[in-house]
Every structure is written in C-alpha cells, then in structure tokens.
Design a protein around this ligand. Structure first.
Ligand SMILES: C[S@@+](CC[C@H](N)C(=O)[O-])C[C@H]1O[C@@H](n2cnc3c(N)ncnc32)[C@H](O)[C@@H]1O
Length: 432
C-alpha cells in the first residue's frame, strides 16, 4: 500500500493506520530498502525514531521544505518524488539522517556529543535541568512553522535554552525569556561561550597554575575572573553544575567541578569546530530575565513562537533547583511569587495558573506577526490525584484571545518506562 503525501488529510491518522497494518509491531524494525528502488531516491530517517508523533513531524518538515514524496509500509524510508533544493534539505531537516544518500547537517551535529544521551549533543547537556524540550522536535518545528535564516523566534518560557541552541544552529534569531536567573544563565552559556572560547581556556590554565580552584568552587573568585560577562557566566554555571552534582549525587565538589568544566570546554570546542565545518550562519541569541506575562517586545515583532509553558502545577521548578538558586544568592520565597504554576496553595494554585497563563498567551498574541504560528507543547497535570485539563484550557484560552488551532499532534510516548506519557503539540495561527 502506497500513499502520496498530497492525499493526506491527517498525517497522524494515516500513520496510525500504517502502524495497525503492521499488527502493532514496532515501527523501528524497518531496516532494509525495498529492492525495487535505488537508495539515491530516498530520504532516510534516523534509526532511533519510533513514535507516531516523530514520523508526523518528519513528514510535515519535509512538506515545509517543498519536498514531494511517497510513503509505503517502510515508513522511515521515504521515496522522493520531487526535491526542489537538496542542499537546503540537507542543511535543515531534523528527523532525517540522509537525503539521496548524503548525510544531513543534523546527523553531523548529533555526533558531537560528550554524553550517553542521544539528545544531549553540543552544549544541550550542560546543567541537569528537568523538563527540557526534545531538541530534534524543536528543530523540526522551526522548519514546519516556516522560519527562515534571519527570522525571529520567541520562547517566552525558555528554560534551559533548548530552543535557543536549535534556533542558533539554523541561523534563526532568537529571544528567550525566563523568570529564573538559573535558566537565563543556562541559555546564555549554551549559546554565547563559542565566542569566548580562548578566554575560557586561558582561565582554566590560570586556575590550575594559581591553585585557586577552592575559591572558584566556593564562588569567591568568579566576579574577578574576567571582564567579559560571558566568561564569568561560563564559570558560574560550571560551578552550579558541580553544586547540583554534589547535592543530587553526593559527588565531591572540586572533582565534579573539574570533570564538568573539562566536558563543558570540550562541548564548546565541538560547537566551534562544527560551525566552521558545516559553514553554519549562526542566529543571534538574546536571553532575558523577565516575566512572560509582560513581554518587553513591540507589537507584531516576532515571526514565530515555540514554547513549553510550566505544566500547571506538575513540576515545582523552584524546589527542584533550590540548591543552585540559593548558591546564586536568591531568596526562594521571593522568587516563588513570580513563578507560574508554583504560586498559591490548594485549589487557588490552579486558578492562579490559569490567570497567569491567560496573561502570557495574550502577550504572545500581541508580539506575534499576523499569519504566523505559536506552537505550544503542553500536557495535562495531576493534582491531588485528579487530572487537570490543562490542554483543553490552553486551547480554549488561546482561541478566546484570537488564535486559531490549526493542528493538534498527540505526543503519546508508549512503553518507554512502561508508562504512557501524554503531551500535545498545539499549532496556533494568528490570522489576519
Ligand atoms: C517547561 S519549562 C521550559 C523548559 C524549556 N522548554 C527547556 O527546553 O528547557 C517552563 C519554564 O517557565 C519558566 N517560568 C515560570 N514562570 C515564568 C514567568 N512568569 N515568566 C517567564 N518564565 C516563567 C520556568 O522557570 C521554567 O523554566
């Protein structure tokens, strides 16, 4: 059974029916090419792709680059019918490892990884932040919502800076906002350190020569380490990674500092080399400490929004990173007052969450240009044993503001740890 992409009314439903054809067999068992075709006519997806939502995003991003194709039961190997720009496809695609037998940029990017986790390539891994985006998904979403080099992407809840790195790698300019100073520093270090790599390396030598690592680890010397804020941020975050390792895994602070510092430097070197090898035009990145309920940007100034808001009351971000926030000298109860999803007590919490998110969504509507997309990745949270319909709330709220829901992709993840995790990828358009 073959299907031309133009006939798809709903890609996700078609993929489900293909999946049923295979009798529930895992999709990633596909390995061999059908003998009737030559390899050069194909787009080949990465081996680790297995979920329907990933296949859906893969097909949507191919469509967004003007590629016409045909899929069959092999699913992960797609026959190209028309490829308008092979170089562009190689440069931008996220879910494909090769285009007409030539490896994509993203394949090379993912090889630069100092961790064991496939998603944590380049600087993504730096600091163990809970609730990060899947970077490959963000790259595909940037393609799907049609952002080009030089366009401006906003993430008003930028967290650990996943979208910042992915936008930068695609030459898309980026503004991130987060209420947490710990998040702001993560986003900055992940995207700015390549510009100050030599200075970072020189200071590492100084630290060894002067044996002043105790001072660094205790945070006494960092303010004097360099005139460049980007270098100070790098060393501050290296220290916070060690603090987090020490707090969560009881690792020795000084050992952990040096081990992570060296891995961080290696990741930044990898980033630097890769940018030159692939001739990437990096996007400009700005990450601001701020409140998404009051976005400091002019009306209709951004070309797209991709964000994952706090999951209602599912994760207490302040509690989760309290050791680092305290090391940074912040007053936790003061910080809690501004954090969406952790404000208030009992039922009041949900009411406050809804009010706060409504303000943020209104701001997103205001700053987004017409005919452009806001993609919200969100799931239902559980509170006091009950499911809170956060997804439904989000759709209703966005539509009441004037957005139109254009696509809703279920991000069901089956079987990972024998639990089912549900999220939705909601595509809203700001119509004329
Ligand atoms: C789900 S996380 C985002 C994670 C991010 N997508 C990533 O890849 O790391 C939500 C973020 O919202 C931030 N946040 C909470 N209240 C906020 C507010 N009022 N304004 C801006 N950011 C806020 C939290 O600090 C947290 O980092």
């Amino acid at each position: 059974m073959k299907q031309n992409y133009k006939e798809f009314l709903d890609i996700q439903n078609h993929l489900f029916s293909f999946r049923r054809l295979r009798n529930g067999e895992l999709i990633d068992t596909v390995k061999n090419l059908p003998s009737t075709y030559t390899k050069s006519e194909y787009l080949v997806m990465f081996d680790n792709i297995q979920f329907i939502y990933e296949l859906t995003l893969a097909l949507l991003e191919a469509i967004s680059l003007g590629i016409e194709f045909e899929i069959n039961e092999e699913l992960k190997i797609i026959k190209i019918l028309n490829l308008p720009d092979k170089e562009l496809a190689k440069k931008r695609l996220a879910y494909f490892k090769s285009v007409c037998e030539e490896l994509t940029d993203y394949y090379h990017i993912t090889q630069r990884n100092v961790t064991k986790s496939v998603n944590q390539y380049l600087t993504h891994w730096i600091y163990p932040y809970k609730g990060k985006f899947h970077p490959q998904m963000v790259r595909a979403l940037i393609n799907i919502i049609g952002l080009k080099e030089g366009d401006l992407l906003l993430d008003p809840f930028s967290g650990s800076g996943t979208a910042a790195v992915e936008a930068q790698l695609l030459g898309v300019n980026f503004i991130g906002i987060d209420i947490s100073p710990l998040c702001v520093i993560q986003g900055k270090v992940k995207t700015e350190s390549i510009y100050v790599l030599d200075e970072i390396k020189r200071i590492r030598k100084d630290i060894i020569r002067n044996s002043c690592y105790q001072d660094i680890v205790l945070g006494r010397y960092i303010e004097k380490i360099s005139d460049d804020e980007r270098v100070r941020n790098f060393y501050t975050l290296a220290r916070l990674v060690a603090v987090s390792d020490n707090y969560r895994r009881k690792k020795n602070l000084v050992d952990s500092f040096f081990r992570n510092l060296d891995l961080m430097i290696r990741s930044v070197e990898d980033y630097y080399t890769l940018v030159r090898e692939l001739k990437i035009n990096l996007g400009q990145v700005r990450i601001n400490l701020g409140d998404s309920r009051n976005i400091q940007l002019p009306d209709e100034s951004v070309d797209g929004i991709i964000t994952s808001p706090p999951y209602s009351i599912a994760l207490d971000y302040v509690e989760n990173d309290k050791h680092s926030l305290m090391y940074m000298g912040y007053n936790l109860s003061k910080i809690r007052e501004e954090f969406i999803g952790v404000r208030g007590k009992g039922k009041d919490k949900i009411h406050l969450y809804n009010e706060d998110m409504k303000k943020s969504y209104r701001e997103m509507y205001r700053v987004l240009k017409k005919n452009r997309y806001a993609v919200i990745i969100i799931g239902n949270a559980r509170f006091e044993g009950k499911e809170i319909p956060t997804v439904e709330f989000t759709i209703r709220c966005m539509e009441s503001i004037g957005f139109k829901l254009e696509r809703n992709i279920n991000k069901n993840i089956f079987g990972l740890y024998n639990i089912m995790k549900n999220e939705n990828i909601l595509f809203f358009v700001k119509e004329k």
